[in-house]
Design a protein around this ligand. Structure first.
Ligand SMILES: Nc1ncnc2c1ncn2[C@@H]1O[C@H](COP(=O)(O)OP(=O)(O)OP(=O)(O)O)[C@@H](O)[C@H]1O
Length: 216
């Protein structure tokens, strides 16, 4: 699904990583591991079109996404991509349902059944019936589960997760990884930057970053 071909990233004279060549298949869950500052988030951001590599290609279904213009980038973000961040990236003043409906709004096929999809997703993350609660009143673990439910509503085919369990206790971290695992088993490609060995051990494969280079 995603093929990363000879990808490099430099900042001025500093090479963060170079000649990275990897692929991620549908249904595969991959851990990006390595020391702080080795460039895990930067690679996720390049795949998620939040940053640009200095050279190389990232192919999605054969198309080089690094050359996407604004329209193709918007459609890729809307129709393909789901992001999960350590800090949840929710609309804090809105209620839970509104945060989830944001994920369904751009696509008519999802919008038409968004109430049912929201209820189902909240049930799957253990937050059944919590639609009307304001996000800022929820605990960190609950907020990350809302972010996960938002992914379930959106049904992306590629999930990029940046330290998704970094701020969570063991039980909440387990829920997050269980759901990501379920999404991958349903055919989604999942890429997770993580320092958490338990998350790494639940993945199908591991990309290990070193400082200034990425090794197998
Ligand atoms: N726009 C930029 N200009 C210069 N340096 C940058 C820029 N963006 C990122 N960096 C540097 O690239 C390095 C890699 O950062 P990145 O966040 O990708 O690492 P990471 O492996 O995800 O780290 P952590 O595990 O701590 O989250 C850092 O040293 C960071 O300061």
């Amino acid at each position: 699904m995603i093929e990363i071909v000879k990808l490099s990233k430099t900042f001025g004279t500093r090479t963060l990583w170079s000649d990275v060549t990897r692929s991620v298949s549908r249904g595969e869950m991959v851990a990006l591991v390595g020391p702080s500052g080795s460039g895990k988030s930067t690679l996720l951001n390049c795949i998620g079109l939040l940053d640009k590599p200095s050279s190389g290609q990232i192919l999605y279904e054969g198309k080089d996404i690094t050359g996407f213009g604004p329209r193709e980038s918007r459609l890729f973000r809307r129709d393909v991509l789901g992001y999960l961040f350590q800090n949840y990236a929710l609309i804090e003043n809105a209620d839970v349902a509104a945060n989830l409906k944001v994920a369904a709004a751009p696509r008519r096929s999802l919008r038409d059944r968004s109430d049912a999809a929201v209820a189902e997703a909240l049930g799957r993350v253990g937050l059944a019936g919590r639609q009307t609660e304001k996000v800022h009143r929820l605990s960190g673990g609950e907020q990350q589960r809302v972010a996960l439910a938002r992914l379930l509503v959106k049904q992306p085919s590629l999930v990029l997760a940046d330290e998704p369990t970094g701020a969570l206790d063991h039980d909440n971290a387990t829920v997050v990884v269980d759901i990501l695992r379920e999404m991958s088993e349903a055919g989604c490609a999942v890429v997770i930057a993580t320092h958490d060995d338990r998350v790494r051990d639940r993945c199908d494969s591991v990309f290990a970053f070193q400082n200034e280079a990425m090794a197998a």
